[in-house]
Design a binder for this molecule. Structure first.
Ligand SMILES: Cc1ncc(COP(=O)(O)O)c(C=O)c1O
Length: 358
């Protein structure tokens, strides 16, 4: 892909950047540039460019605003001790975006083009990648949307793919603390044949009211069950789940309607190497309640790019509650540390997961 570059003439000055990187928060500050490439049926992908970050001008009839034909990815660039900058398994994010594009009737952006787009943006905005200290990183948001101006339910004939980037601080400011969960029995995030396995904005729009329900019940996050039987654990609004048993084996739900996280699949391999037997299977809410009550389930954790690995505390639902740990257990801590050490270059990358950008 040939990419033209127009450098920003008003980049954020060094003093302000240092201030932002000292306390970046999440998704609040954006780098000096953005990547864009457009697609039409006749020209294919064309006009790839990096330009100063700024607002888009959209026709009010732009199809994504009406029919939500949109997909996205979430990944990070990490700075290692020696100053080099790396991404984690970018081909997995690119591959997942290809699968999402099939489900949303969007054109395929080939894996090498996706990786090149991300790499080139990180290169031009490399001063925005925070130091390794304190688990900071540069969060990367590739996304694709129907950008044709028309009203009518059909795939957009003009599509835009973009990448933006935002420095991110440590997810847990006051140390790693378990999240409490609300089990929603009213709302589901995915149904058979639906979009659960795709990373598309609509899934998140539909999760918001359930998250509001969780907050109203004093819980941090919502957990969804399958849409058909309302019996099997799927995932949280933005994280996959793991259950650790007293004999050391680990279970992660697999239902065909979850968003299969790259952190999730990495943990399957990593935990195996650490000596745990890992099962991917349907996991019912009764197994959860019974396992915690009997003590057979010793740890529960959630995982995703943003928080890496988060211990799970109590589970509450309309009819009751099962308590949870007040801190991360041994396996949770071990898996988390092993993963973070690879991402920040502190442990040998025996899986070949890291991709050097700078
Ligand atoms: C619904 C959902 N499940 C799981 C995940 C975890 O995926 P990953 O590990 O690729 O970040 C995410 C985060 O992107 C998500 O939004």
């Amino acid at each position: 892909m040939e990419i033209s570059t127009t450098a920003s003439t008003t980049p954020v000055d060094d003093a302000r950047l240092a201030e932002i990187l000292a306390n970046p928060g999440f998704g609040q500050h954006f780098t000096d540039h953005m990547f864009t490439v457009e697609w039409t049926p006749d020209a294919g992908w064309h006009a790839a460019r990096i330009e100063p970050y700024g607002p888009l001008t959209l026709d009010p009839a732009t199809s994504v605003l009406h029919y939500a034909q949109e997909i996205f990815e979430g990944m990070k660039a990490y700075r290692h001790e020696d100053g080099s900058i790396w991404s984690f398994r970018p081909e997995e994010n690119a591959g997942r975006m290809v699968r999402s594009s099939h489900r949303l009737a969007l054109p395929v952006l080939e894996v090498p083009d996706f990786i090149q787009a991300v790499d080139e943006l990180v290169k031009i905005d490399q001063r925005w990648v925070p130091d390794a200290a304190g688990e900071k990183s540069l969060y990367l948001r590739p996304f694709m949307f129907g950008s044709e101006a028309f009203l009518g339910v059909r795939p957009s004939q003009h599509v835009t793919f973009m990448v933006i980037a935002s420095p991110a601080g440590a997810y847990f400011k006051g140390g790693i603390k378990p999240v409490s969960l609300w089990l929603t029995e009213e709302y589901t995030r995915a149904g058979r044949g639906g979009m659960g396995a795709a990373k598309t904005g609509g899934n998140y729009a539909s999760s918001l009211v359930a998250q509001q329900e969780a907050t109203a019940h004093g819980c941090d996050q919502v957990v969804f069950l399958d849409g058909q039987e309302g019996r099997y654990v799927e995932e949280l609004g933005g994280m996959n789940m793991y259950f650790v048993y007293d004999d050391g084996h680990i279970v992660t739900p697999a239902t065909g309607t979850i968003l299969e996280g790259i952190t999730r699949s990495s943990i399957i391999e990593l935990a195996g190497k650490l000596g745990h037997q890992v099962e991917e299977r349907k996991f019912s809410i009764d197994e959860w309640r019974d396992g915690v009550t009997s003590g057979r389930i010793t740890e529960i954790f959630a995982c995703g790019t943003a928080a890496v690995v988060t211990p799970v505390g109590s589970l509450k639902w309309a009819g009751g509650e099962v308590p949870g740990a007040s801190e991360g257990g041994e396996v949770t801590t071990q898996v988390r540390q092993a993963l973070v050490d690879i991402q920040y270059g502190r442990a040998e990358d025996t899986f070949g997961w890291m991709h050097r950008i700078v």
